[in-house]
Design a protein around this ligand. Structure first.
Ligand SMILES: Cc1ncc(COP(=O)(O)O)c(C=O)c1O
Length: 443
């Protein structure tokens, strides 16, 4: 081997250490690992019952239907050549048409011009943030909110404000005086992650009033919308907005949909439904990111949803309704006094509040070691002022037996800790009081 430099120079060049962060862009400072994510890396150890993942039950994936779809596409030479070729950024036109039909059935009259296919709802959030949020702009969020959305908004150096759903919010003045630009409000109207909560009709209207007053784009993350298995499904914020303004072209709502929770997340397929002018701009933004979402996956997804979307959605809803029931029953049986939780009407999560003085971040290592149970500590889901006594439990992935034995072990540990600390009788947490009619407790 020969070096261009002398030996000494070469070896010192090889030995040098690089302080990479000095070379990163300023915004990279907001892209960081969290203490909680580090802990969550070990939850898949054997013997651990994990309520931490935000993932669907793989037993429900329509594997045979996808296998048949891919076989059909690749077995047809003409289709195979299309499927494996580069494609258009907007997405596979027949799938866009299917999604536009689906959106029409959900109360959003639109055409394929209003649909951009994305790599999951996650990429939809990223593209929207890229287009709407400049460094230092404010995005309004709920507390708690989806931590993956905070990760996206952080990367674009957003600031955060709280969404006021009282219908009285006078935000333009508050934000103008603070010298900040208000970029958007981010909301999960149905079966939110992490609480499972659905917005009431009044809250949806309050949000739209806020949007109207502040000329504020609304990012409606509908990743769990199809997973409502109880109660009356309410119209999406986008469809309510269209009732007011007359057309998707005039709506300020950017709807983010996903096939991950109903069909399978591995294909990474979601969509944005919005005014065609915004879709055209987002398409340009996506072009720079990945040119387009993989075509073979889009073609296979179309084949599968055309055949069994309704059936598959019912199957998933039935399964999660049962698992949600098992988790609520186990919580009722095994949680000590002073612990309360949400009773979601859909989605994949229950949100637990421990006694006020408890700390779920400190509880996690003990839960892993002593109870062999994992969950996500609540602070991960707050943009600011985390409530440290909260945590998220997932019921879609664990089996019914795991739900029952895992909650039993977790309940025992929480009881032990609070009995030892003499805090067993701390009153029922009232922080979820705003989720009227949606909480249960062992008080
Ligand atoms: C609220 C919410 N939005 C978006 C996503 C991302 O979903 P997708 O798989 O469609 O990218 C998730 C994933 O868990 C989620 O919980």
């Amino acid at each position: 081997m020969s070096f261009a430099y002398g030996d000494a120079e070469a070896s010192s060049a090889l030995a040098r250490t690089i302080d990479w962060p000095l070379s990163y862009a300023r915004r990279a400072g907001r892209i960081r690992a969290s203490e909680i994510r580090e802990l969550l890396r070990i939850v898949d150890r054997p013997g651990i019952i994990s309520f931490a993942g935000g993932i669907p039950d793989p037993e429900l994936f329509p594997v045979d239907a996808f296998r048949a779809a891919v076989d059909g596409i690749l077995g047809n030479p003409k289709q195979a050549r299309v499927a494996l070729q580069y494609s258009v950024t907007e997405g596979y036109e027949p799938l866009r048409v299917w999604i536009a039909d689906y959106m029409r059935s959900r109360g959003t009259p639109c055409s394929s011009d209003n649909i951009l296919i994305t790599a999951g709802a996650q990429q939809a959030l990223d593209l929207i943030a890229k287009l709407f949020a400049g460094a230092g702009d404010t995005i309004l969020v709920t507390a708690p909110t989806y931590l993956g959305a905070l990760q996206v908004f952080d990367a674009y150096e957003a600031n955060y404000g709280a969404i006021d759903l009282s219908g009285r919010a006078d935000c333009p003045y508050a934000f103008e005086t603070a010298g900040e630009r208000l970029a958007a409000a981010y909301i999960m109207a149905d079966c939110a992650n992490p609480t499972g909560r659905c917005l009431t009709k009044d809250e949806r209207f309050a949000l739209l009033t806020l949007s109207e007053r502040c000329s504020l784009p609304i990012i409606e993350d509908a990743a769990y919308e199809a997973l409502r298995f109880e109660g009356d499904a309410l119209p999406s914020c986008q469809s309510l907005d269209i009732l007011r303004c007359g057309s998707v072209e005039r709506s300020r709502v950017l709807y983010c949909g996903s096939f991950s929770k109903t069909m399978a997340p591995g294909l990474r397929l979601g969509w944005i439904c919005a005014a065609s002018e915004v879709i055209r701009k987002l398409t340009l933004a996506k072009q720079g990111v990945d040119l387009h979402t993989g075509l073979i996956g889009q073609m296979a997804m179309l084949d599968v949803v055309e055949r069994l979307f309704d059936r598959q959605r019912e199957r998933v809803r039935d399964a999660y309704r049962c698992k949600r029931g098992a988790m609520l029953a186990a919580l009722q049986e095994f949680m000590p006094a002073g612990v309360s939780w949400t009773e979601p009407e859909g989605g994949m999560f229950v949100w637990l509040s421990l006694p006020e003085a408890a700390d779920s971040v400190a509880l996690l290592p003990r839960a892993l070691d002593e109870a062999k149970v994992a969950f996500v500590p609540g602070p991960a889901f707050y943009a600011a002022e985390p409530k440290r006594n909260t945590l998220r439990l997932n019921y879609s992935k664990p089996s019914m037996d795991e739900i029952s034995s895992g909650i039993k072990r977790l309940g025992r540990l929480i009881r032990e800790i609070h009995t030892k600390d003499g805090r067993g009788q701390i009153g029922v947490n009232v922080q979820l009081g705003h989720i009227a009619g949606m909480t249960s407790s062992r008080g």
